[in-house]
Design a protein around this ligand. Structure first.
Ligand code: HEC
Ligand code: HEC
Length: 227
């Protein structure tokens, strides 16, 4: 989908969400006191415009947007907070706005309890299959990518193949290639800050663009498997 299409969809969705919020107002006090488990994360995810960019189940096929399905819940909550308060920003989209901007603009539609329920729902979703790449990297390139991943120390925090991270750290196995490459580049270049990025910085700083591309090809093709 083109960015303009997304923005138009969002404008519509925001209007719908505002209307929804108004009709839902009388029961708001009730919802606020309910525990996160009682809130329906799936419906909330779909009602709060997230689907426009992330797809109905958190696995939309936009290469430079992240898959959320199966991601760690605590990690996602921390990222929602960081994008909302502006401590996490990104480089520009084709129209010149930070890629994080569209999301930042809708996060006021969610309460802390609702975000927790959404994160639980997303984390419980099956992880998407690796996305085919064009041209498909051959076995030698994937092996070289794995080698570079391990020699760069990434496994210490993200697990030997990106699927067993330390608690609250992101799963990166099977994540979209372009998104992974962008994040590695922007963490290295100090564009993505906030959260626990500082712990990764010394490792990212040692990578040139070619090595980032190599590792991203590899990670995107790792099958994460069931949890
Ligand atoms: C206008 C599009 C858009 C909307 C709407 C949107 N997001 Fe996002 N979201 C993004 C983009 C783009 C990124 C990645 C930003 C980057 O490249 O740094 C992102 C990142 C995230 C992340 C961090 C993922 C990671 O791996 O670090 C989470 C979690 C998330 N979004 C959840 C949500 C939820 C929940 C909603 C609805 C309340 C939502 N988003 C609405 C575009 C959007
Ligand atoms: C010392 C621990 C550590 C090491 C080593 C490390 N990372 Fe990370 N990485 C993190 C943390 C923590 C985050 C999440 C940062 C945040 O809180 O925003 C992260 C985030 C990422 C992300 C973004 C995930 C997302 O969903 O947005 C990617 C991609 C990534 N790391 C890849 C790598 C690669 C490749 C290497 C090896 C060059 C590496 N990391 C080395 C700790 C580490």
């Amino acid at each position: 989908m083109k960015t303009i299409g997304i923005l138009a969809t969002l404008a519509l969705l925001a209007t719908a969400a505002a209307a929804f919020a108004q009709t839902a107002a009388p029961s708001e006090g009730q919802a606020a006191t309910a525990s996160p488990g009682v809130l329906d994360g799936k419906s909330l995810f779909r009602a709060k415009t997230c689907v426009a960019c992330h797809g109905r189940d958190g696995a939309k096929a936009i290469q430079n947007y992240p898959d959320l399905a199966g991601q760690d819940a605590k990690y996602m909550l921390a990222q929602m907070a960081a994008i909302t308060d502006g401590s996490r920003v990104s480089g520009p989209d084709p129209r010149g706005y930070p890629r994080t901007q569209g999301m930042k603009d809708v996060m006021h539609l969610t309460s802390a309890e609702e975000r927790a329920a959404i994160a639980e729902f997303l984390a419980s979703q099956p992880t998407p299959k690796p996305r085919p790449l064009e041209p498909a990297p051959d076995g030698a390139r994937l092996a070289a990518g794995k080698d570079a991943y391990l020699k760069s120390g990434c496994g210490t925090c993200h697990g030997p193949d990106g699927s067993k991270p330390l608690a609250t750290y992101p799963l990166i196995a099977g994540q979209k290639r372009d998104y992974v490459a962008l994040q590695m580049t922007e963490i290295r270049d100090g564009i993505r800050k906030g959260g626990k990025v500082a712990t990764m910085l010394p490792f990212a700083k040692k990578l040139d663009d070619a090595k980032i591309a190599l590792i991203a090809d590899y990670l995107s093709q790792v099958e994460r498997g069931p949890k």
